[in-house]
Design a protein around this ligand. Structure first.
Ligand code: FE2
Ligand code: FE2
Length: 529
């Protein structure tokens, strides 16, 4: 079977995958490996049942996101204009529409903070990159005022909403009786359809997560989403032939390096977010995270790490020149399209050489972009007329790229490979397709059971691999987050270290096998957010 044919079969049958670089059917990586899809929704995995048990009602979730965004916008605008200003009308109206749509659908609804999340009628709201700012803002503003829940009980009127927002923003920060006060003020205005409750302080919850780790996780999240947003901006600007700000990427890469040096597992966990929501640009960010973690293990200096980070972020920038129809084609690519696709490393070089801030780019970075599909045996692309060594940046990015591509759902392969399957496939091709030494480092990094794997333990508990143990002898004994449900049906979220032994010297828990998260309707990413 010729490569082209094999690849097309793979795309159509959704069976094999194929690494973008080689067109050699690995019975694994998807064909166009790391396409930058333009439509996030098209690539989201579809749950097998309408409502998974750990579940989301997607319409409610959409309305919830809308509610948070409108709430955020209105709060901001209210701080600029007084309550009578006409500039406010449109925003009040939009917020009102969202609230009343929810009332009509749900009868009554509550927006509540639990830890660092918003829950809409007990359903946790997930946010997209665009929604991130609104969520953060609202969370902070509510917490500052010690407000934990707002319940809307009947259809609202515009005037009530106006009064509510202004009373809300004028609450003094840190005052314990704020919720009561707000309710009293509303009642004095004959508004009885809104109930407000104070922020609940949950003590002793999830002790395994220390406060410090939570902080680091917050920082990591912020950097992750900011970088996804920035790479999106850069790509959009390049498409529109506008000036792209590479310096911003550099600053973000430097922040990420700081985190990677401190504790790489937190950022590695972030790569799990790719499975849903804003997804178009995470690939570049994920490739960058993996590459930085490899670079750290290779002992790179901060300067070299920064260069590697930016190169990885820009590795597929050439795809900004490929039409969306080709990138998002759900079926097989024809010859012409495939030829076009294979030009993206070269087009990437062209793009970066044309950047205004060329001073931020050095030859090593340009070569890295050019090399990222070459492969050690030069069987990839672009085709070379003379033998050359694939650059170190190119070889690092290639491994990160293949792994992320394989473990991410695509439009032509909705259910991706599990981390374990992906590593197995990469190992099979290690000599021809990957630098064996770097691959070994990469496996050391993600573990035998890579971060994000769903595993069954011999105690019959189910968990998610959360962190690898630093000792190389314990690659198969990671730290696992238990996701079984307690009596009340909430996930336990308990972190257990598989190196722990009982009194008799036997391990308390061991991994029996990995499970397919799609079969169990477990949203892995949720546990890393
Ligand atoms: Fe890629
Ligand atoms: Fe690529």
């Amino acid at each position: 079977m010729c490569h082209k044919h094999a690849e097309n079969v793979a795309r159509l049958e959704n069976k094999g995958f194929y690494q973008e670089g080689s067109r050699i059917l690995l019975r694994g990586p998807d064909p166009k490996g790391d396409k930058m899809e333009s439509s996030p929704s098209a690539t989201q995995p579809k749950p097998a049942s309408p409502k998974p048990p750990d579940g989301m009602d997607s319409e409610l979730s959409k309305l919830g996101n809308n509610l948070v965004t409108k709430f955020h916008v209105l709060m901001r605008i209210s701080q600029i204009y007084d309550s009578k200003n006409v500039a406010l009308n449109q925003f009040v109206q939009e917020f009102l529409d969202t609230i009343n749509t929810l009332i009509k659908r749900e009868g009554i609804f509550s927006l509540k903070i639990r830890k660092d999340d918003f829950f809409l009628n007990d359903q946790r709201l997930r946010y997209s990159v665009e929604g991130f700012t609104s969520f953060k803002y609202l969370l902070t503003q509510w917490k500052k005022r010690l407000i934990g829940e707002v319940i809307f009980k009947t259809l609202m009127e515009e005037e009530w909403l106006r009064y509510f927002i202004y009373t809300f923003i004028n609450l003094e920060e840190g005052r314990e009786e704020n919720a009561d006060l707000l309710v009293r003020q509303l009642t004095s205005h004959n508004i009885t359809s809104v109930e407000v409750n104070p922020l609940e302080v949950i003590e002793g919850e999830e002790e395994a997560f220390t406060a410090q780790k939570e902080d680091e996780r917050e920082v990591a999240k912020r950097i992750f989403f900011e970088t996804v947003g920035t790479i999106k901006e850069v790509i959009t600007n390049i498409k529109g032939k506008q000036h792209a700000d590479v310096r911003k990427l550099k600053r973000l890469a430097q922040k990420a390096i700081h985190l990677v040096i401190e504790d790489e597992s937190i950022l590695l966990g972030m790569t799990m977010i790719k499975n849903y929501d804003e997804y178009t640009f995470n690939h570049s960010v994920n490739v960058s995270i993996y590459s930085l973690a490899i670079g750290k293990r290779l002992g790179f200096s901060k300067k070299t790490l920064t260069e590697l980070g930016i190169t990885a972020l820009l590795h597929d920038i050439g795809k900004s020149k490929i039409p969306r129809e080709v990138l998002n084609k759900p079926a097989a690519l024809n010859d012409e399209e495939w030829e076009m696709m294979k030009r993206h490393p070269l087009m990437g070089v062209e793009v970066v050489l044309n950047l205004k801030q060329l001073g931020e780019i050095n030859p090593r970075m340009v070569v890295g972009i050019f090399d990222h599909h070459l492969m050690p045996d030069l069987s990839g692309y672009p085709k070379l007329f003379r033998k050359k060594e694939v650059s170190l940046f190119g070889r690092i990015i290639q491994i990160s790229d293949a792994y992320d591509a394989m473990t991410t759902p695509r439009i032509y392969k909705k259910i991706p490979y599990t981390p374990e399957q992906a590593l197995a496939l990469m190992l099979r091709e290690k000599t021809s397709h990957f630098d064996p030494l770097l691959l070994k480092i990469f496996i050391g990094l993600v573990g035998v059971y890579p971060i994000g794997s769903l595993v069954l333990l011999n105690t019959r508990e189910i968990g998610i691999v959360y962190k690898t143990n630093p000792e190389s002898t314990w690659l198969d004994r990671p730290i696992v987050l238990l996701v079984d449900r307690d009596e009340e049906g909430h996930p336990k979220k308990e972190l257990v270290d598989l190196t722990e032994t009982d009194g008799g010297g036997s391990y308390k828990r061991s991994i029996v096998k990995t499970l397919d998260p799609y079969k169990y309707h477990i949203d892995i990413a949720k546990y890393f957010l």
